[in-house]
Design a protein around this ligand. Structure first.
Ligand code: NI
Ligand code: MN
Length: 223
């Protein structure tokens, strides 16, 4: 059975399979679906770091639907103090959840919270395997990630300015060697305007990976 990937916008998406729904970096401000926190019903909320465009409405959604926030310890302790259910992890750690295994990968980026560290996630969601990089610069140890926990999809920022731009993201694809790449974190604002088709052309010319461009509000199926 395939999983459904719904791209909300920016770096926020929902993955669903087996009546389980997980959301990543629930930044809903200005999303084209007009989705508001009270209309979101998920089981788990993944948060890569505490910048506003990633932490977003995580606390409100967690309380509304009694969902568990999965993030780094600093963010989870803050969310717990606000009355949310959490599962704290940290860089290099893995945990087996009812839906499958999660690994917290490093991200080279600000944490947005005192003492914290930005992260990415490698998720095995009922057999659908993907890496969500969060906000990160390119770093050479990305090449180790698929050796630790293999994944089919790499969901990568390409916006530049705050994160990797398209040129660096092509190099990231060479290190990560996924079957598919889904670009995110671009065109939300003029400062991160990018042409995903140019990125697709470069990735597909230089690697064996296929780029899947998903528009805000669009669904795709994941293997
Ligand atoms: Ni950020
Ligand atoms: Mn960001």
């Amino acid at each position: 059975m395939k999983a459904r990937y719904h791209f909300i916008h920016h770096a926020c998406f929902i993955v669903e399979k087996n009546n389980t729904s997980i959301i990543f970096d629930p930044f809903l401000d200005g999303n084209p679906d007009g989705l508001v926190p009270k209309n979101i019903n998920v089981d788990y909320i993944f948060v890569t770091h505490a910048h506003g465009d990633h932490l977003g409405s995580a606390l409100e959604i967690a309380k509304n639907c009694d969902a568990t926030i999965i993030s780094t310890a600093e963010i989870c302790y803050m969310a717990e103090a606000e009355g949310c259910k959490t599962h704290a992890m940290h860089l290099g750690g893995t945990h087996l959840f009812p839906f499958g295994k999660v690994r917290i990968a490093p991200a080279f980026h600000g944490s947005g919270i005192a003492g914290g560290h930005a992260c990415g996630f490698i998720v095995d969601f009922f057999g659908t395997k993907f890496y969500f990089a969060g906000d990160t610069a390119l770093y050479s140890d990305m090449q180790l990630l698929p050796q630790l926990d293999p994944f089919t999809y790499a969901i990568l920022p390409i916006g530049d300015n705050f994160t990797m731009g398209p040129k660096d993201a092509v190099l990231a694809v060479k290190l990560l060697q996924p079957k598919y790449v889904i670009p995110v974190h671009y065109n939300t604002w003029p400062v991160i305007a990018q042409d995903p088709h140019a990125f697709q052309k470069d990735v597909e010319a230089q690697t064996t990976a296929k780029v899947i461009i998903v528009a805000p509000g669009q669904n795709i199926e994941l293997e």
